[in-house]
Write a protein of this length. Structure first.
Length: 297
């Protein structure tokens, strides 16, 4: 799953963002699609042998930022990638705010031809929690309105709602799930993915504010199991299987590259679940160690 950062500017200031703050932003003209074509073509040519010629490995490509919807040629960018990667699933990672504008959501739905999906983070069940994490007042209302717009549009790209768990929002997970079930009761129309936060970028800079152990995150997920079971498609990212209740383990996905994962020999060497397990995030181990891990039999 290669990530393609297409824009380094963002209109949120998320406390747990994995990006570094963009203090020296280039002019928008430098990010116009025409000026980026050469770089993107070189990138795609290097990608081609693995992802374009071998259909079995062409899982998907993610367009990231910053906030990609702020790109000056956003819709041209969508058309470019769809034309250059026919048949390859594309996922757009966004804060979702611009989709709160109905006209923008409609234009996006028309331009993002399948296979295409959209992944948006929801930071909590209320404006107080969400906006406190995003750093922008009003972002909760815009993001939720964006969900409503996209889910009401026929032919819109599939929506994945991401819940990035850390110290500032984990206690509200049950309320967040109830909010989604009440506001968007047709759970077959979208997917929910709970993600233990990564320690890099702004989350590293704000470590004291967001630091959360996997065991604490897993305990809250376990307590929310009855709610989780009400969603049609619920996934977990960044969790070693052994820290979770057995009922949650089938929901885990391995989404990080091998170089970002660890399998401590004294913990994982004899584990029967190793082949299907993410292991431990390498950066997480630097701060919290591996004492939470245990071999499964």
């Amino acid at each position: 799953m290669p990530d393609i950062p297409v824009w380094n500017k963002c209109d949120n200031k998320c406390v747990m963002c994995t990006n570094e703050p963009a203090f020296a932003l280039q002019a928008a003209s430098h990010y116009g699609l025409k000026s980026q074509i050469g770089k993107l073509e070189r990138w795609l040519k290097g990608l081609a042998p693995v992802y374009l010629k071998n259909a079995g490995r062409a899982e998907f490509v993610s367009l990231t930022g910053g906030e990609p919807t702020l790109h000056p040629d956003f819709f041209k960018l969508l058309a470019y990638f769809r034309r250059r990667l026919p048949g390859v699933p594309i996922t757009l990672l966004s804060n979702g705010r611009r989709f709160g504008n109905r006209a923008f959501a409609e234009k996006f739905s028309a331009a993002a031809r399948p296979p295409f999906s959209l992944a948006v983070a929801l930071h909590g069940p209320t404006a107080g929690i969400h906006d406190g994490i995003s750093g922008v007042r009003g972002s909760f209302a815009q993001t939720v309105r964006g969900f409503k717009n996209l889910l009401s549009l026929p032919g819109a790209p599939f929506l994945e709602i991401r819940l990035v768990l850390h110290k500032k929002n984990v206690a509200a997970l049950d309320r967040t799930l109830r909010f989604l079930l009440k506001t968007f009761p047709n759970t077959s129309a979208y997917r929910v993915t709970a993600i233990h936060y990564e320690i890099e970028g702004m989350s590293l800079a704000n470590h004291r504010k967001v630091a959360l152990k996997l065991s604490a995150s897993a305990a809250k997920l376990g307590a929310c199991l009855p709610l989780i079971g009400q969603f049609r498609d619920f996934r977990l990212y960044h969790f070693p299987l052994c820290v979770l209740r057995k009922e949650l383990r089938p929901l885990c996905w391995i989404t990080l590259p091998p170089e970002d994962r660890l399998y401590p020999a004294h913990k994982c060497g004899r584990c029967t679940a190793r082949a299907k397990c993410l292991g431990l995030m390498a950066e997480y181990a630097k701060f919290f160690g591996d004492k939470e891990l245990k071999a499964l039999k």
